[in-house]
Each structure stands twice: as C-alpha cells, then as structure tokens.
Design a protein around this ligand. Structure first.
Ligand code: SAH
Length: 344
C-alpha cells in the first residue's frame, strides 16, 4: 500500500525529494500543490517532472482517497464513500450552514469502541488512517464542494485518541498557515473518553476544541451504552477533563446522545448537572439517530427540551444539536465502512 503524501510537512517532502535525487525546491512545490492547492492526483501537479512523479510514485501517492459514491440530503448535507489505496473505504461528511461549511472526518476504518448505538463500530476495527488519509478527506471536500471549509470535526468513523499520533499530525497539517490554515479553534476532536488522549492533548499547547462523549449521568447507565466505561470509568474521564480545563483554560463540550427511557429523564439531567457543577463545560445533547443494530428511539422534542431545562436548572448550559443528514445516513453515529448503497 502506498503512503499519502498529504501526511508530510514541507521539510519532510523536501527530504523525500532529495533522497530520490531531486532538488530540494521540488519539495516546496509538492507542499504547495498538496496542502495549499489541494491537488489529489499526479496529473493535477503541472510543473513537476514526470521522472519525479514516477520515482516518488513507487512508495507515495497524492491520491489516497477516491470518491466511490456520493449522496446528498435535501438539507444540504453531503456524504462521500471514499476508497483508500488498500481497497478499504470510509465515509466523510460535509455539513453546510448559511455562512460556514463543516467537514466531518473519519480517523479509523471501523472502530474498537463498540458503543451500543453507533454504526461505526459494528463491523469492528480494521485499521488506523494515516495523517495523510485524514487530511486528504478535507482536501477532497474542499475540491468538490466549493473551497476551504471553516470547521473540521473529528467526529466521523473511529476513535481519534485510539490513533493519537496520526490525528494530531493531521490537525497540525490542516492548521498550518502555509496550507489550508484552518484555525485550531475551528477544529474539534471528539473522544469516547480515552483518558490518556485527554491528558496528552492538555500538554500539546493547541487551541483545538475538545468534545467528550459522556451519554449518561452515572457509570451503570454509561456502561450499558459504552463498553469503554469498563476501561476508563467516567469519574476518571471527568477528572482528566478537569485537569484539561485547568491546564488549557479551555472549556470541554460533553456530548450526550439522548435515548428514550435510557438516559433522557429530568432526573438524569439533574444528576448530570450535579456531577458537572462548577466545571467549565457545556453539554451538547443529540437525539439518537436511528441505527439498524440498536433497539432504541430518540425522545420526543418535548422530552429533549425538558432534559435541557432540567440541566439549566442545575446550572449547566446545554444545547440541542439536531444531527444533520439522516436522509442519507450521514448523521452522528451512522457512518460505516463500505456502506453506501445506490442512492443512500
Ligand atoms: N469516537 C468519537 C468520535 C465520534 S463523534 C466519540 O465517540 O466521541 C460521534 C458522536 O456521535 C459521538 O458522541 C457518538 O457517541 C455519537 N453517536 C454515536 N452513535 C449515535 C447515534 N446513533 N445517534 C446519535 N449520536 C450518536
């Protein structure tokens, strides 16, 4: 399998070129094509000699993702099934709003976390994506959907902190001032609660947004939904989040998927609020998106509002996030590998 050139910084590209016997300035040209102009093929890179493309092409590829299928939702959400160099596939989503575009990227083929309500883990974990495969998803969307996105959320398939090094490399590439230059505060990393990842991120000196999937006010309920609770219990997760907010002076967003009759009562909200009180955070409540393998339903709109009201009475700010793209199975928790059938 060939490695994505989009995963290399300018000095590394220079080294790749000089190692292959080409002048160093070719590395800078490659960087500009890949990260600034979003080239996703050798053909696109007009001013590079064929000999260089052939020499590098033995090990490296500028085309690590190729659109196999696309689906669009009437609300404007678009989803791509992207094929990788080894024949695996992932999904990437564009969520346009009036004045901004958000790209949701995958970080792994499959996922190990096996959350009960999430489609991404249903087929298990296959492999990690490289930084180049992650960055190339954003370049792909920029190329086919009208330019540079404003926000990138690491909320697609996979657990970002189970692929920490490649994810952080992708963040730095996307954030690079000589590349797409996506502001750190416009990049969100979302974790199911991998405590070592939260701790490491606190020391990176990056202004990225951190979201943590909590989904329950107490360990017993969380364990029913998220096996990761057995490995990193929510008290440890919350302690790591407190350290994170103390070290970075940033707030943490807790994601909370609302499942009718499981975690959506006013009492659940009150208990959650009391656990989070005095903590610089906000709660993002997401009504469950349907997933074939999970026997559960989203609460009614009124029940969602009642949950948020109870949170507010407990002193915690919460917002309801209507997950976009259900028409094409592109909403939270609905992404899978190799999944898109015709029209979906
Ligand atoms: N693995 C990371 C990144 C995924 S982000 C994480 O767990 O945070 C996707 C978000 O959607 C997570 O909060 C996830 O728990 C949530 N989610 C998963 N399945 C869902 C579903 N069926 N409905 C609504 N949200 C879901």
């Amino acid at each position: 399998m060939k490695t994505a050139l989009q995963g290399l910084f300018s000095d590394e590209l220079r080294e790749v070129c000089t190692d292959a016997g080409f002048p160093a300035f070719r590395g800078k040209q490659l960087w500009d094509w890949l990260q600034r102009r979003g080239a996703l093929s050798w053909e696109a890179m007009g001013n590079l000699p064929r000999a260089l493309k052939e020499a590098l092409g033995e090990r490296w590829t500028p085309a690590p993702v190729k659109a196999l299928r696309e689906a669009g939702d009437p609300g404007g959400t678009r989803k791509w099934l992207l094929g990788l160099d080894d024949g695996e596939s992932i999904e990437t989503v564009l969520i346009p709003a009036r004045d901004r575009k958000t790209v949701c990227v995958s970080t792994q083929v499959g996922c190990k976390m096996a959350c009960a309500f999430c489609a991404s883990g249903k087929g298990g974990w296959v492999r990690n994506l490289s930084a180049g495969e992650i960055a190339a998803q954003v370049h792909h969307v920029a190329a086919v959907a009208g330019g540079r996105p404003n926000n990138v959320v690491f909320m697609g398939m996979g657990e970002p902190f189970d692929n920490y090094d490649e994810v952080l490399r992708a963040v730095r590439l996307l954030n690079h001032p000589d590349g797409l230059n996506i502001g750190a505060r416009k990049i969100t990393l979302s974790t199911s609660g991998v405590v070592p990842g939260i701790r490491r991120l606190a020391g990176e000196g990056l202004q990225v947004e951190l979201s943590v999937s909590l989904h329950a006010p107490r360990p017993e309920t969380r364990r029913r939904l998220m096996p990761v609770e057995g490995r990193w219990p929510m008290d440890e997760v919350l302690a790591a989040c407190r350290e994170y907010t103390a070290a970075t002076k940033r707030i943490v967003t807790f994601e909370y998927t609302l499942v009718r009759g499981v975690n959506d009562s006013a009492a659940d909200a009150a208990e959650l609020a009391s656990r989070l009180r005095g903590f610089p955070c906000r709660v993002n409540a997401i009504p469950l998106s349907p997933v074939a393998e999970f026997d559960g339903e989203a609460p009614s709109r009124e029940a969602c509002q009642a949950f948020l009201d109870a949170l507010a009475r407990g002193g915690i700010e919460g917002t309801l996030r209507e997950s976009k793209g259900k028409g094409v199975s592109a909403a939270c928790g609905q992404l899978r590998r190799g999944a898109m059938r015709g029209g979906e």
